[in-house]
Design a protein around this ligand. Sequence first.
Ligand SMILES: C[S@@+](CC[C@H](N)C(=O)[O-])C[C@H]1O[C@@H](n2cnc3c(N)ncnc32)[C@H](O)[C@@H]1O
Length: 321
Amino acid sequence: MTLLERTNHLVEHYDLNPVFAMRIASELSDISPEAISLLLREKPKPFVKWVGGKRQLLAQFRNIGAYPPPGFNPAKNTYFEPFVGGGAMYFDLLPLKAHINDINSELTTTYSVIRDDVERLIQELNSGEYVYDQDVFLNIRAWDTDLVTEVKRAARFIYLNRTAFNGMYRVNKSGKFNVPFGRYTNPQICDSENLRKVSEVLKGTKVSNKSYKYVLDAAKPGDFIYFDPPYYPVSKTASFTTYSNDVFLGKEQEELRDTFMELHNRGCFVMLSNSDTPFTESLFNTYRMSGITVNKVQANRAINSKASARGKIYEILVTNY
Ligand SMILES: C[S@@+](CC[C@H](N)C(=O)[O-])C[C@H]1O[C@@H](n2cnc3c(N)ncnc32)[C@H](O)[C@@H]1O
């Protein structure tokens, strides 16, 4: 069987997304049910919890036929995720060729260290220094990350993600992480097995720490770009998260729309998530005739801290295919 035939066989018989199926088809010569089920059990997963994580929405994206783009060829083209965060979609697709990016340098350093130096990272996390204790937490939180090695920066980042309140990432005006200690029962700080698997799949992936606009210099026709930016606030009272000191309001959302359209005109497959508001919907109004579709999907996430204000929350998913 050719690579494409093996990929199609996997998509049909195991209900896999075609991008992941192609990775398996290119890595395994044996596509027996035993080999496949072993591989599925071994699939790496996101190594951080991230606010705005898309994991629960992926099935809906697939059900409405918006994901992955039917014409995208992962053997030839690259997958870009310029606002990668925890990378739910990256880990779902596990594309052969990928470029992930985030403006958060602690996060991107962690991706790079996992890819290039996973054994030293695991050793560091298991050194006895990263224990779940409030005083230890406050001490590690206070480190000046410019003064420590990249391995320590990555270990600190993973430690804080597992022990800080709600796994949140928030910095103050001077860029210092300021989320308080979280209450957990026995949090797992080092999942060595998953980190090793993540390291393997990251080997074919470029990681960068830039503004998302870099993608305009890098993407080629046929590439697939998924934008999952900080969401436009649903209301003035909605608690929305500041990921870094960068704001992402009206002007920034319009610039992102322009980047989307430039990639569309170049012949890329483009997909963008956002909150469902009159403003975010209107952003694409004049482009609907050019093949842009605005889909609505239902998210279960609570974006309002008041239980009474939590209802069915919708998000939009814009595609150009
Ligand atoms: C909604 S989150 C992405 C969540 C991700 N899809 C997941 O599944 O975890 C948005 C991300 O965009 C990053 N970000 C904010 N402004 C950015 C910019 N101008 N360029 C690139 N990344 C940015 C934030 O650091 C954050 O990780």
